[in-house]
Design a protein around this ligand. Structure first.
Ligand SMILES: Nc1ncnc2c1ncn2[C@@H]1O[C@H](COP(=O)(O)OP(=O)(O)OP(=O)(O)O)[C@@H](O)[C@H]1O
Length: 630
């Protein structure tokens, strides 16, 4: 038995008393974290010893296999966590286990409100560390010996977690620290090695140090120590030492996927923030991809200790298909979700990993167009949420977008903005697009006629998200986006002088007729004008530059929101035979019927529906009857 010398009793620093009280009273619903904290401290002690041994190898030589051992003595009602790490001297024990020597301590205590729920969150932020032992123990015994000290320089610390602790020098044969917890009555369920093993594999599986527990024979006698964690964390190894198969297997374990991932990226970031990320893009979409509330697949580790699943703050919503983990060296072990939300370290990790994911997708698009297309077909619609959510990376996201276009006239979205820019004539200064309900409605919209005639490519968008996307994308590589169904069409330098002059003349000669249409249609339209866009259709409607686009209005209506009524600009094609015939009708009442019919038709082509379809049908029938009577 250890020789007892110089027993002393010391009072805890006031803050320690407060912390202990708070912890016992507010962390009762999360008791198991005590083991994570103590095992993590033991692992840190091993890390520190390894570091010290770099300059003094004698420190480690006699017992070089660093490990943590966890065992239960049911009869005594104790749990022991024992390490052969760096240990502590008497002075270190005094300051480490009697005071709180953290910066911000007084600020922390001044924030405490007495409200247990709120305070428990704050404690999480502060880091409970060693003192969490008292969540499950009513008395704690620490026996420690610093590496490099003599066997008679061991120190024993004991406390009931109230006002004070006892300290004495002891004889300890080996360096390192044993922590013996006398388990409380209400925590007796932790006196079960298989339960503890479960907690260790949950939180500490990837610690680099072996965490050992006793193997027991049928009589319950310990026969040997066996590691219960897998040992070395994959992501802590050098990239060059890890085979593709290992990365793939690891992905399957963490993502619970049966298939290989599409691609991955493993990065060690050093500098102001230190963290490692291992991020995967799966091949297939999860069944709940469309649920924006879906949990995110990023696990957070702090110094290789598992902290939480689905750390949403580490990845933006539009990259919610990414799986993997991040391991920070800077966050406190007891970081909570609330703290992650507003934290410099998390923000840096999030922005770094977002760039990584965008970077790996860009690389895939460049190196393997076919695989990228597969990715786009699976996750493209989610990525389209990006420009609205992440302004800082808008251009990078835009680079990854794919569209259908008039260049290929096929449903599959394969055209990148770069390909569009490359093809466009020098004089073109805008990227033209159309958003409609379906690919066909976009492809056949009359507003495209002039573009087709002039051979100007137009992007054909028809997903629900597209209007939302385009309302956030204003330009790409200094070229503005322009909807072909909005505003006054100005093809700029794409139109030659002669054509412009012709157009002006046409507008002049048709001026009177435009007025006639305006008075016939009254407040059903915003205005009437001669079109620049149509070649084969008689008329179309467009929205004014500052009004809400048709698709946006539809989206809002579908979401049950009140949408201000948008009046359209009605554009006529004076060169179209039908328009020419209509303007030759002299009877104003009849002219008005025809004018209304042309407007309804144009509205149908653009909106896909009419406010009063029955009236349209009645009018059409009436006019058809008149025509067949002739
Ligand atoms: N098993 C151990 N071996 C050696 N030193 C230890 C051990 N456990 C704790 N210590 C010392 O006690 C100090 C206080 O531990 P505690 O767990 O309260 O805080 P921390 O580990 O510094 O912070 P946190 O746990 O919040 O990250 C540690 O910094 C370490 O120096």
């Amino acid at each position: 038995m250890a020789e007892t010398r110089q027993a002393e009793t010391h009072g805890f620093q006031t803050e320690v008393k407060q912390l202990l009280h708070l912890m016992i009273h507010s962390l009762y619903s999360n008791k198991e974290i005590f083991l994570r904290e103590l095992v993590s401290n033991a692992s840190d002690a091993a890390d520190k010893l390894r570091f010290k041994a770099l300059s003094d190898s004698k420190l480690i030589a006699d017992d070089a296999e660093l490990r943590v051992r966890v065992s239960v003595d049911k009869e005594a009602g104790t749990i022991t966590i024992s390490d052969n790490g760096v240990g502590m001297t008497r002075d270190e024990v005094m300051s480490n286990l009697g005071t709180i020597a953290k910066s911000g301590t007084s600020e922390f205590f001044s924030k405490l409100s007495g409200d247990e729920a709120k305070d428990s969150r704050l404690i999480g932020q502060f880091g409970v560390g060693f003192y969490s032992a008292f969540i499950v123990a009513d008395s704690v015994l620490v026996r420690t010996r610093a590496a490099g000290s003599q066997s008679n320089e061991g120190v024993e610390w004991s406390s009931q977690g109230e006002g004070e602790f006892d300290l004495r020098l002891i004889e300890k044969a080996q360096r390192g620290t044993d922590i013996i917890l006398q388990v409380r009555d209400d925590a007796q369920d932790f006196l079960d090695e298989s339960r503890l093993k479960g907690i260790i594999t949950k939180y500490s599986d990837h610690l680099s140090i072996p965490v050992q527990m006793p193997e027991r024979d049928d009589d319950g006698k310990a026969t040997e120590w066996k590691a219960v964690n897998s040992g070395q964390a994959l992501w802590t190894r050098e990239k060059s030492d890890i085979g593709d198969d290992e990365y793939k297997e690891f992905y399957k374990t963490i993502a619970h996927d049966f298939e290989d991932p599409l691609l991955w990226s493993h990065n060690k970031v050093e500098g102001t923030q230190e963290y490692t990320s291992l991020l995967y893009v799966p091949k297939r979409a999860p069944w709940d991809l469309w649920n924006r509330e879906q949990q995110h697949g990023i696990k957070l580790y702090v110094k290789r200790v598992f902290i939480m699943d689905d750390a949403q703050q580490l990845m933006p919503t539009y990259l919610r298909f990414v799986r993997g983990l991040m391991d920070s060296n800077d966050l406190p072990l007891n970081v909570s979700r609330e703290i992650l939300q507003d934290n410099k370290v998390t923000r840096a990790m999030r922005s770094g990993s977002t760039k990584k994911v965008l970077g790996m997708l860009k690389k895939l698009a460049r190196d393997d167009a076919e695989a990228y297309q597969e990715f786009w077909n699976t996750f493209g619609t989610v990525l389209k949420e990006g420009p609205a959510e992440d302004h800082a990376n808008q251009e990078k996201i835009a680079e990854l977008l794919r569209f259908a276009s008039t260049h290929e006239d096929k449903t599959e979205a394969t055209v990148s903005l770069d390909a569009y820019l490359e093809r466009m004539p020098e004089q073109q200064d805008k990227i033209y697009y159309i958003v409609a309900d379906s690919y066909e409605a976009a492809r056949d919209n009359p507003a495209l006629e002039i573009f087709r005639k002039k051979g100007i490519e137009v992007l054909l968008l028809s997903e629900r998200i597209d209007e939302w996307l385009m309302s956030h994308l204003t330009e790409y590589k200094e070229k503005a986006f322009q909807s072909v169904t909005r505003g006054d069409l100005d093809l700029g330098d794409l139109e030659d002088e002669e054509a412009k002059q012709q157009q002006e003349e046409l507008e002049k000669t048709f001026e009177e007729q435009v007025k006639r249409f305006e008075s016939a249609l009254g407040d059903k339209v915003k205005s009437v004008r001669v079109t620049h866009r149509l070649t084969s259709s008689p008329a179309c409607i467009v929205t004014d530059e500052n009004d809400m686009s048709t698709q946006m209005a539809k989206l809002m209506e579908a979401a049950g929101q009140a949408v201000p009524e948008t009046k359209y600009i009605f554009e006529l094609n004076p060169e179209h035979t039908l328009v020419q015939r209509v303007v030759s009708v002299e009877d104003e009442a009849k002219f008005s019927e025809w004018a209304q019919l042309l407007l309804d038709q144009a509205t149908l082509a653009e909106r896909g529906s009419l406010k009063d379809p029955a009236q349209f049908v009645t009018r059409l029938n009436r006019l058809m009857m008149e025509l067949t009577d002739l």
